[in-house]
Structure formats: structure tokens, C-alpha cells
Write a new protein. Structure first.
Length: 246
């Protein structure tokens, strides 16, 4: 079986055996695929840095009899190394990788989501963006790209003024029609949510706020939206919160 080149970014890694590493690579053409790099944790291994979490490059992979491929070599395009030097950034991106994995699964190419993820990793590594902004914007844009674009057309029940967000349907409701599980949201935070959802993906982080409390409010909404739609809670989110407080 012939080796093939896959351009992508490592979004998960786990130690495997005494010296190996299991990788999940988010690739351009094949979506998220699994590959094992044998001996990468050994004392005499070469090119180990190319198989670290959030390394982006061209990976030479060899098919095997099962679903897991063998990572033969890698040509790194960007290692995003500032991320690996900051435990908070690393934990945040690990959470964002987890929700991406949950939404897409394996073997489902999505170049829009891949591009958004790469832009977020780049911003975390090389731009002075706040953690809450990176998290909130990516959560919302991931939901939009994944088919869960919120409806901003007023109350879903009567068309009235929206005051709550309903995470199980991605809609807004008024005070009279809100129910348990709906999240109170201000008019300003709802406007920011619409602005981010409608913004071009390449410019999704290109805004500045005088009052970051709006991001804090919207962050609670997008976090809950992801959790409800993915039908799970994420250990990586709890770890990120712990690192943020450390």
C-alpha cells in the first residue's frame, strides 16, 4: 500500500505503548483521521517535534489493515510553538479541538471548519487575543458552520422582543415564552452574537469591545449552546477553567 501526503493539524495525541503516540490529524481532504507514530517517544527518535499537538504540516501516512494509519514522516509548516509554552492556551485549544472532534467525527472533510480552527490556533499563538474572545467566537462560529446557525428573527413563539436564548433549538424567545433551560441574554449581547455569526470567517476575530462584560455574557451562552447540541460536557473545558484560575 502506497504512502500518501495529508496536509493537516494534529488536534489530539495520546501515548501508546512504551514509546509510541496515537494522533488525530484534522486534514484538508479526509477530515479527522487517526494515525500512530511508532517510536516517537524513544530516546533516539528523530523529528519528534513534528508530531506534537497542534503541529500543522504535510504528514506522510501509510494505510494499514485497520482504520488507524501509520505516520511515516512530517514536513512542518507551523508548529505554533508559543501555544505549547502557555498551559492556558494549550488547555483552551484542547477544548476547542474536542468540540470540533465531537461535531465532525472522523472522516468527514470540512475545509471551512479546518480554516476557522487554524485561524484560532494562529491567533492564540501569535496575536494578543483574550481567552474568552477566542473561546466564545470559535464556539459560535463552529455551531454556525456545523449547521446550528441561531435564528435571530425575534421570539420563536410570537415574534416579540427576544430576551432569552434557547440552546436546544438555537432560537430566541421573549420573557412570556421562556422556559427552564433558556438563558437570559441582553439586547447588546444578542447583537454581538448576530454580528459574530454573520461575520466572514477570516475576520471573525476582527473586532474590539470597550466593555468585555458582553463577551463574558455571550461566553456563557455559546458554551451552553455547544454542550446542549453536542449532548455532553467536556473534561477539557473543566481543565481549561482550572488552568485559568491557577
Amino acid at each position: 500500500m502506497d504512502d500518501s501526503i495529508y496536509r493537516g493539524i494534529i488536534i489530539r495525541q495520546n501515548n501508546y505503548g512504551d514509546a509510541h503516540r496515537m494522533l488525530s490529524v484534522f486534514t484538508k481532504d479526509s477530515g479527522i483521521i487517526k494515525a500512530v507514530r511508532y517510536g516517537v517517544r524513544g530516546k533516539k527518535t528523530s523529528n519528534a517535534a513534528a508530531f506534537q499537538l497542534f503541529c500543522y504540516g504535510d504528514f506522510k501516512l501509510r494505510p494499514s489493515r485497520g482504520e488507524i494509519m501509520t505516520a511515516v514522516s512530517a514536513d512542518v509548516l507551523d508548529g505554533f510553538y508559543p501555544v505549547s509554552e502557555d498551559i492556558v492556551k494549550l488547555s483552551l485549544l484542547s477544548y476547542l479541538a474536542d468540540i470540533t472532534y465531537c461535531l465532525l467525527g472522523e472522516g468527514n472533510p470540512d475545509n471551512r471548519i479546518l480554516s476557522m480552527f487554524l485561524n484560532t490556533v494562529y491567533a492564540a499563538a501569535y496575536r494578543n487575543e483574550g481567552y474568552t474572545k477566542l473561546k466564545t467566537v470559535y464556539e459560535l462560529k463552529l455551531m454556525c458552520a456545523g449547521g446550528y446557525m441561531p435564528s435571530f428573527s425575534g421570539c420563536a413563539e410570537c415574534g416579540g422582543s427576544p430576551e432569552y436564548f434557547r440552546p436546544d433549538s438555537g432560537s430566541f424567545v421573549c420573557r412570556a415564552h421562556h422556559r427552564a433551560g433558556d438563558i437570559k441574554i441582553s439586547k447588546e449581547a444578542a447583537s454581538l452574537m448576530k454580528y459574530i455569526a454573520d461575520s466572514p470567517d477570516k475576520r471573525m476575530l476582527s473586532f474590539r469591545l470597550k466593555d468585555n462584560s458582553l463577551l463574558d455574557e455571550l461566553n456563557a451562552v455559546t458554551e451552553r449552546y455547544v454542550s446542549v447540541q453536542c449532548e455532553k460536557s467536556f473534561e477539557s473545558l473543566r481543565y481549561f477553567r482550572a488552568m485559568l484560575k491557577a
